[in-house]
Design a protein around this ligand. Structure first.
Ligand SMILES: [Zn+2]
Length: 414
């Protein structure tokens, strides 16, 4: 059935955005094999570091005193200060309410005890399936670290995982603090030493090739500070140029770069104490130019970097901008970024990933993001309609499927 008018066009877009399954390309979620690494439930939601940062805006409590409390006691305090004594209008607080609402709990009750009983009554396998169904998720990509003591044995056992959870090989432990990584690699029998040279590079490559075989990752990834210099003589930069990027090219894996965290701006509040800094786009331009055969998936944490990232992506087809994370994951900024990317890049980007660390967070991240992506697309297709161009429902389905997963799959296959 052709679309007859603008109202029908908008309705079609809304329906398609909501019924198209999502491939969530970056999360910190794990399948049930990984046990304690998979976080879920109301206490995990409430003690997520976004909300701890907001708690300390309202409460004068001493930081050490807070972190000495049990998770449940911390959750009680967050609930008290961020939800009851002040209305939970921030995006992270609203997100908790969206998530529990989607799970069939009534936020109006304000009954934290009832929310706890709901999660306690569920088995994890059942809960995972409920979240995938309610969130309309096709699959999620994990963040997998071969240096993690819980993860290592699971991968080494080789027990097949849940196919809804895909792997991504995270490089931070290996390349950010090479001296520590070097000690572990030695223990595991690799012939490495702290001073990097050709032989050490060969051994690191051997290590990575083995882990690519174990994990079958969709890409490799690293998070870098805003002032990271790709061209200096740091161990991290050397490892990127000598091992990581050449291996990405050889194995046809994209390298995901998440750039812009300023670590430990206020160490007293732990994970909640990381900040943001603007990065220098020249670094990325140089990388895309130097390695035309490599594929870079890039997300910057600073709002100030977003426009130049779009412009750079117009110059380099081997660059895929993705997501709106952490401090950018609020409706105002997601709207701005999605609109800018559509206007500068057409449909050739990945609008969002959840970055969820708690399973239930995917529900609110995608509910809120679908709503925004739907609104922005309604606007853009209405602009198109007014030129006289007509799109079919099938074309809208094609376009939305690309945004919610297809572009990522095509980039992997490139
Ligand atoms: Zn992340």
């Amino acid at each position: 059935m052709p679309i007859e008018n603008e109202a029908q066009l908008k309705q079609t877009i809304w329906d398609v955005v909501h019924r198209t399954p999502v491939l969530d390309i970056h999360t910190h979620l794990y399948d049930a094999r990984f046990g304690e690494r998979l976080l879920w439930g109301i206490d995990e939601l409430l003690t997520y570091h976004y909300l701890i940062a907001e708690f300390f805006r309202y409460s004068p409590m001493d930081c050490d005193e807070f972190f000495d409390l049990s998770k449940r006691e911390q959750a009680d305090l967050v609930w008290q200060h961020v939800f009851l004594e002040n209305s939970p209008v921030s995006e992270s607080a609203r997100g908790v309410l969206t998530a529990i609402g989607l799970l069939g709990q009534d936020p109006r009750s304000r009954d934290l005890g009832a929310f706890r009983r709901y999660f306690e009554s569920k088995a994890i396998e059942e809960h995972i399936s409920d979240v995938f169904r309610i969130g309309n998720l096709e699959s999620v990509v994990m963040t997998n670290d071969p240096f993690d003591e819980v993860e290592r044995p699971v991968w080494e056992d080789g027990i097949p995982g849940d196919s809804r959870f895909k792997a991504a090989l995270r490089l931070d432990s290996l390349i950010i603090s090479w001296d520590d990584a070097c000690k572990s690699l030695k223990e595991w029998g690799y012939k490495v030493k702290a001073r990097l040279d050709k032989n050490v590079y060969t051994e690191i490559k051997r290590f990575l090739v083995e882990w690519i075989e174990k994990m079958d990752p969709l890409y490799m990834a690293v998070s870098l500070p805003n002032d990271f210099d790709f061209s200096d003589k740091s161990n991290t930069a050397k490892l990127l140029h000598k091992v990581i990027i050449p291996l990405c090219i050889e194995a046809n894996l994209p390298l995901a770069l998440m750039i812009g965290v300023k670590r430990g701006v206020n160490p007293a509040i732990k994970l909640a104490g990381d900040g943001v800094g603007k990065a220098d786009i020249k670094q990325l331009e140089q990388l895309c130019r130097e390695y035309p055969q490599a594929k870079f998936m890039v997300t910057y944490l600073s709002r100030e970097n977003q426009h130049e990232l779009c412009v750079t992506a117009r110059k380099f087809a081997n660059l895929m901008p993705f997501g709106c994370w952490w401090f950018l994951n609020d409706p105002e900024t997601i709207t701005e970024m999605t609109r800018m990317r559509l206007e500068l890049l057409g449909l050739s980007f990945i609008p969002q990933h959840s970055d969820a660390r708690v399973l239930d967070q995917v529900l609110y991240k995608w509910a809120h993001s679908r709503w925004i992506i739907g609104m922005v697309l309604q606007d853009k297709y209405s602009d198109l309609w007014r030129t006289g161009w007509r799109v079919s429902p099938e074309e809208i389905e094609r376009d939305v499927a690309r945004l919610l997963g297809g572009n990522f799959k095509n980039f992997l296959a490139r």
